[in-house]
Structure formats: C-alpha cells, structure tokens
Design a binder for this molecule. Structure first.
Ligand code: UD1
Length: 339
C-alpha cells in the first residue's frame, strides 16, 4: 500500500504541484485545505493531470479535533505543511490573524503528529528569514535577521518551534525548506497560481498585465546597487520546487529526531527588468510597464546557494526562468477574466 502523506494547503499554488509529484513517485497524497486562498477547481485540474481521484479533507488546520480525525482516518507516514497565510503587506495590516493562523496550525499539527507517532515533517519556510543578507549567495549558515513583517516572523518562529520540538528527541524528523521565489505553472496549464484580487507578486502581475487585466506593471525601483538598478531574486519553477518536497520526504525516511533547514532555489539571480525582457521575448507580448519608486520592505538582492540541496537531497532545478515564464503565460491564458 502506498504511504499516505498529508498535504496541508494541498489545493494551493505550491501544494497542488506537489500533489502531482507525490503521485508520480508512488505516494498517496491526502489534501487538507479550507479553500481560504484556493479554488475547488484545482481538484479537477489535479484529476486531469494524474488520472486519479485525490482524497480531500475540507477544514481548518487550526481545528485540532478535525486534524485528529484526518490522522485517525488516513494514518499518514508524513506531512507536508503548506497551509499558511502568505501576503507580506496584508500581514502588517492583520498581524493577529497571521500569527494565529500560521502558528496555531503548526502547533496543532505537531501535537497531533506526536499523538499519532507520525514522525516526518516538511515545512514551507522562506528565504525571507535571511532579511537583507550581507553576503551572496545566501547559504543556510548565513545568519537570519529580524523579520520585517509578521508574515516573515511567523516563518522564523515556526522554524524555531520545529527545531525545539525535534530537540525533545521523540523521533520527529523535520526539514524546513526555505523557498526563494516560486513562479510558473504546471506545463499542462491545468493548475497554476490563482491570486485573489490584485497580485502582489511580480510574475502574476506581469501575466495579468499582458492579458489586459491590469493597465500597467510598475517596476519597483531602478536605483538599486545592481547591474540594471532593479531588484534581484532567485526565481524557481514551481514544478522544480514541488519535486524538492518529494526528495525531502525520501531524505527524511532514514532520519529520526532530526532537524535541518535547506534552501530551495536555482542559485541564479535574475533582475526584475530581466524578467520583463525575458517575458516579452518568450511570449512575443509587449509589456506595458513603467519604473516607479521602491516598494518598502524589499531587499536589494537575494539568491540561494544550492550546494546543500544538491548534496543532501540530491536535488537541483531542471527548469529555467524562461520555462517558468512561458508556463505562467500559458496558464494565464486559460483563466477567465477576473475583476
Ligand atoms: C517576498 C519574500 C518571499 C515571500 C514572498 C511572499 C523576500 C526576499 N522574499 O518575495 O520570501 O514568500 O514575498 O509574497 O523577502 N515587483 C515589481 N512590481 C510588482 C511586483 C513585484 O517590481 O508589481 C518586484 C519586487 O520589488 C521584487 C520582485 O519584483 O523585487 C519580486 O517581488 P515579489 O514577487 O513580490 O516577491 P518578493 O517580494 O521577492
């Protein structure tokens, strides 16, 4: 029998792509999602891609009795915990909601995992824990910095909570994957990112502008100390990122009372203006954009050292930024016009 893996937030952007890769590797994903930031239609996309009916528990990860029932009924071998609020700006407006949702869901999960002797956890962390790094590329030894947003702080606190739980030596093996900037969509165009309202992130804003949903893209600053003056990020294709989760599960199979944090990126920095130029080249779409002021809280540049993920997970990216931009654009074109 295939091992069941609970995927909290499995209907979300990264979660749904990970469900596809779990099935491809012979696991039985169990989606737990409350659809607060995802659509039920994702399940149809998943079914078309995989040809399989995927088990879904609709509910809130902060609800302990609900989570206990999920564990009782599915007896999972491990958990990949995606479910969380993720908008940096919104977290500044609604800190209590962010701390409550992101931290209580993790606490409940760890308690229920302990009750059920479920000892494998992959946690969605973020490169945001490094803040504005002094040296590039950032390695996992690069010191973390005080978070600039409640969202970022929930990731730092979550990493600490997992670390301290592992230190009690009850058998839990856990890895925090520190994502750089996930972009793109499944090459089938059957699943992808579904931002609610006006996107904050660069690539959905780019594709929506090209599609005519948005008037104009604003590039937030061209006076940074970078070759073309715009910010530099490490954009990783969401399918590569999804595969990293499956590799991490396999890595944890032989681990007990173990914790580590691992960067998940391409190792290559790309500027905002390079994203714009590549997008135009790949899609043949002219993008209406202007240079605007800096966005507060943006770090000048950040990209990953990928040595550790290569060494310990035996994983590295296979797809390029160009692949991701093409897939994001193909996905965008399948979407009905929003507001
Ligand atoms: C940040 C965090 C990331 C977090 C994510 C959640 C860092 C380094 N990264 O990503 O960990 O998961 O928020 O949302 O803290 N841009 C424009 N115009 C736009 C939108 C974006 O120029 O309309 C630029 C931004 O200034 C930035 C780049 O595009 O330089 C990427 O921005 P975005 O996609 O929002 O991601 P980050 O802010 O890098």
């Amino acid at each position: 029998m295939a091992d069941s893996i609970i995927v909290t937030g499995g209907a979300g952007y990264i979660g749904s792509h990970t469900v596809v890769e779990l099935l491809a590797e012979g696991y039985k994903p169990v989606i737990v999602d409350n659809f607060c930031n995802s659509e039920k239609s994702v399940l149809n996309g998943l079914k078309k891609i995989t040809g399989k009916e995927i088990t879904l528990y609709e509910g809130d990860c902060t609800n302990k009795s609900f989570m206990q029932r999920v564990f009782e009924e599915t007896n999972p071998k491990g958990v990949i915990h995606f479910a969380a609020y993720k908008a940096v700006g919104e977290s500044v407006e609604k800190p209590l909601e962010y701390y409550h949702n992101n931290l209580v869901s993790l606490l409940v999960l760890l308690e229920v995992m302990k009750e059920h002797t479920c000892n494998t956890l992959v946690f969605s962390s973020s490169c945001t824990v490094y803040g504005n790094p002094d040296e590039l590329p950032v390695t996992e030894e690069t010191p973390t910095q005080k978070a600039v947003s409640p969202y970022g702080n929930t990731k730092q606190i979550s990493e600490d909570i997992i670390h301290d739980t592992v230190a009690t030596k009850t058998g839990l093996g856990a890895v925090s994957l520190r994502y750089f900037n996930p972009i793109g969509a499944h090459p089938s165009s059957l699943i992808g990112e579904l931002p609610i309202g006006v996107p904050n992130n660069l690539v959905p804003f780019v594709t929506q502008t090209a599609a005519g949903w948005r008037e104009q893209l604003t590039v937030f600053g061209n006076d940074y100390n970078t070759p073309d003056g715009s910010n530099i990020r490490d954009y990783i294709h969401v399918v590569d990122l999804a595969k990293a989760h499956v590799k991490t599960l396999k890595y944890l199979e032989s681990k007990s009372s173990f914790y580590d944090a691992i960067n998940v990126g391409t190792g290559k920095g790309t500027s905002v203006l390079e994203v714009v130029t590549s997008f135009e080249k790949i899609t043949g779409q002219k993008l209406n954009y202007k240079i605007g002021p800096r966005r507060s809280g943006d770090v000048e540049q950040i990209y990953a050292s990928v040595d550790k993920s290569k060494q310990v997970l035996n994983w590295e990216t296979e797809l390029t930024v160009e692949d991701a931009l093409r897939d994001a654009w193909n996905w965008q074109q399948t979407l009905p016009k929003a507001n």
